[in-house]
Design a binder for this molecule. Sequence first.
Ligand code: SF4
Ligand code: SF4
Length: 71
Amino acid sequence: MALEATAKAYCRTISVSTAMCKGCGICVALCPGVLSLAGDGKVSVSNQSLCTGCRNCENHCPDYAIFVKVA
Ligand code: SF4
Ligand code: SF4
């Protein structure tokens, strides 16, 4: 009997409110592979393809400035 595998592709979208982000770096410390601080002192998404959609960044941001959507 042949085994069949079904792969589901997840689309993760990380959104940052630059108006609300104060650049504290908490989310970057939690996820340095995906997030970084940009020259303007705000967080930026440097490698979205590595995002697992865990939402740790969103859950720990004190300013509700980062949002993760997993579809
Ligand atoms: S934790 Fe929130 S306020 Fe701090 S750098 Fe990340 S998005 Fe900005
Ligand atoms: S959802 Fe998880 S993997 Fe994705 S950026 Fe946030 S902390 Fe990193």
